[in-house]
Design a protein around this ligand. Structure first.
Ligand SMILES: Nc1ncnc2c1ncn2[C@@H]1O[C@H](COP(=O)(O)OP(=O)(O)OP(=O)(O)O)[C@@H](O)[C@H]1O
Length: 609
């Protein structure tokens, strides 16, 4: 456990060292190949490269002007004020004003252009990543957590954006300023340079001392923020459960505890980090005092090695010297983590996309005759073996095939193979006699519709949600489909009818109504092949009948594959296929299967359908 930092504010050790530091390998978050990352960002800058080079030139100009200012001031002091020589003072002051106006203009322009370049580059990066995500196969999404992908899309891109916006210029100008300042200082007085620099090790020691403490505390604060946010999200989305189980008081207590933990960590993290500018200031002042004191003594000696002007230039340059050091130290981690983020983004953009090499049947209008011939498939064959094995069946155009079997038997897998979400390992799937891998996915999917158990709704109007199946459908077509799907009546009763905006989880409508919307969506799409996962959730009898009727209308004239949970559906199907552990163990129409007195017969008897 952590050592107790201090007691007075009730600070107590909360997390173990491992909690705060995290697993060792997570600590160094660096790009493996930063050169290639930089090169790819350079490519993304695209037609703005000339502007970027102009910005870099401006950074150079501003760094030089920032050095020139104090040098001119020193010169005026030594050669004009002290000597009482005022003839060229006016022109020198004119130059001084010009230098500072030039500096401000260069700084303004470099920031203005850099922000533009950064935003445009990040826009390109974000758009390319999103476009690439759309082309990736389902297998890619299987392997990754959605949260991780969301983080690529948001956090990583935001990091790159921040770095391009500010860090890029800052790092470049800091390096230039450091080099320039050191050179001028060394030229003017090596001794005073040494004295100015003597403060740097002290600064590093002080910074290290503070950051060692703050980084732990900030991590702890981050964890506390994460926990608090997680809890808030959970409580808001689970509000009903909280209320139903009367957990309000306990939830409030837990919230107070978490919020208090955040308060305590926040207090110490900010207190310690607040020391940084104070310590830097003190050390800067010390450096100022040393240079002024020693420089003054040297100037008094009057041998001309150090003049009053030199001291003024030095104190000004010393101030300029610590700022870039500070900036570089601050930017170091930001730049590293942005590069690592960019590398992760590029990693996704390098993932192979789902290619449609076959173009032969691009414009093919399907009839809907489907045949599986000894099809075997596994999600990860090498490690887990086949999920479905040697499956064969034939569904003629316009017929309905029902699939039944225990959970995990492989019914959904058959549907996914039909939509070509995955490629089969053995055997053949023929659609209208054409092997499925020769049919472009777009051709196949544009003539296929899914009606899922838990229909997915978008945060959009009812119109838009139904039109998702065919984007160019007219309002009249949508309404006709809704009527056919028995959805029209309930839609009319919604506050704004077809213009009512639904939320993503469709809270304002019932489960059954969601099903009706999803049937309307499929009707608008007017597919040849219909893949249907019948809902298992119990729905009131009236809605159930409406759904049945809507489904009958939807299935009419199409080849339908139904994962069936209702006897009624099985009864209407032309063929019923019973699956068990990835194999088709019985096939036939209902009467034949009952006659066989096999698995299907037993399922019926035990009311499993
Ligand atoms: N994307 C996937 N990656 C790896 N394995 C998967 C994937 N999808 C399904 N599986 C596995 O394949 C097997 C068959 O699953 P499938 O969803 O086809 O069964 P099911 O008969 O449709 O079951 P249910 O009625 O519960 O939906 C299961 O063991 C499941 O864990």
């Amino acid at each position: 456990m952590l050592r107790i930092l201090r007691k007075p504010f009730g600070y107590e050790p909360i997390l173990t060292k491992e909690d705060i530091k995290g697993p060792a390998k997570k600590k160094t978050e660096r790009a493996r190949n930063w050169k290639s990352v930089l090169h790819r960002i350079w490519l993304l800058v695209d037609e703005q490269r000339a502007l970027l080079i102009t910005v870099l030139a401006l950074v150079f100009v501003s760094s030089v002007l920032a050095l020139l200012g104090p040098i001119l001031v020193g010169n005026i002091l030594d050669n004009n004020i002290i000597k009482g020589e005022f003839t060229n003072l006016g022109s020198k002051i004119g130059w001084l004003i010009a230098v500072y106006i030039g500096l401000s203009t260069a700084l303004y322009l470099q920031n203005y252009w850099m922000v533009g370049i950064a935003q445009q580059t990040v826009y390109r990066l974000r758009t390319s990543l999103f476009a690439h995500l759309q082309k990736l196969p389902v297998t890619f999404f299987d392997k990754r957590q959605h949260g991780e992908l969301m983080s690529r899309m948001t956090n990583d891109i935001e990091n790159v954006s921040q770095t391009l916006n500010t860090s890029f210029i800052q790092v470049f100008s800091s390096v230039l300023t450091l080099v320039g300042t050191t050179a001028v200082m060394l030229y003017l007085s090596p001794l005073l340079t040494l004295l100015t620099m003597s403060i740097i090790p002290l600064m590093f020691i002080a910074m290290r001392w503070i950051t060692r403490r703050t980084s732990k505390l900030f991590k702890e604060q981050q964890i506390a923020v994460g926990e608090l946010n997680g809890m808030i999200e959970e409580t808001i989305s689970g509000q009903r459960i909280v209320k139903a189980f009367s957990q309000e008081a306990r939830v409030m207590e837990e919230f107070r505890e978490k919020s208090d933990r955040l308060r305590r960590t926040g207090f110490w993290a900010l207190t310690y980090s607040g020391f940084i500018p104070k310590v830097m200031n003190t050390l800067n002042n010390a450096s100022f005092a040393i240079v002024a004191g020693v420089g003054g003594l040297l100037a008094l000696r009057g041998d001309g090695a150090v003049t009053v002007g030199t001291i003024v230039i030095f104190t000004e340059l010393a101030r300029q010297f610590t700022r870039p050091l500070n900036d570089l130290a601050n930017q170091f981690n930001t730049v590293l983590s942005a590069l690592a983020g960019a590398e992760r983004v590029f990693g996704i953009m390098d993932e192979p996309i789902e290619k449609d090499d076959a173009t032969e049947y691009e414009d093919m209008l399907l009839k809907g005759d489907v045949e599986f011939r000894d099809v075997s498939f596994g999600y990860a064959v090498e490690t887990d073996g086949y999920t479905i094995e040697n499956v064969s069946f034939h569904v003629k155009a316009g017929e309905t095939a029902a699939f039944v079997g225990a959970t995990g038997a492989g019914k959904t897998t058959i549907m996914q193979l039909l939509a070509r979400f995955y490629e089969i390992n053995k055997g053949e799937i023929l659609i209208d006699g054409i092997p499925i891998h020769k049919l472009p996915r777009k051709t196949l999917r544009s003539q296929t519709a899914f009606v899922l158990q838990d229909p997915f709704l978008f945060e959009a109007t009812v119109f838009e949600n139904i039109r998702y199946g065919k984007l160019d459908a007219t309002d009249d077509e949508v309404i006709a489909a809704a009527k056919k799907a028995n959805a029209h009546n309930f839609i009319e009763k919604l506050d704004e009818g077809y213009d009512t905006v639904l939320t993503a989880d469709g809270e304002e409508i019932s489960q059954g109504q969601k099903q009706l919307l999803s049937i309307a969506r499929a009707l608008v799409a007017d597919p040849v092949l219909l893949l249907l996962d019948e809902a298992t959730s119990s729905i009131d009898t009236v809605t159930e009948l409406e759904i049945q009727e809507a489904l009958d209308r939807l299935m009419e004239g199409r080849t339908s594959f139904v994962i069936a949970h209702r006897l009624n559906t099985v009864r209407k199907a032309n063929t019923v296929h019973v699956m068990e552990q990835g194999q088709l163990i019985e096939s036939g129409n209902q009467e034949e299967l009952i006659e066989q007195q096999g698995v299907f017969y037993n399922m019926l008897r035990e009311s499993e359908i």
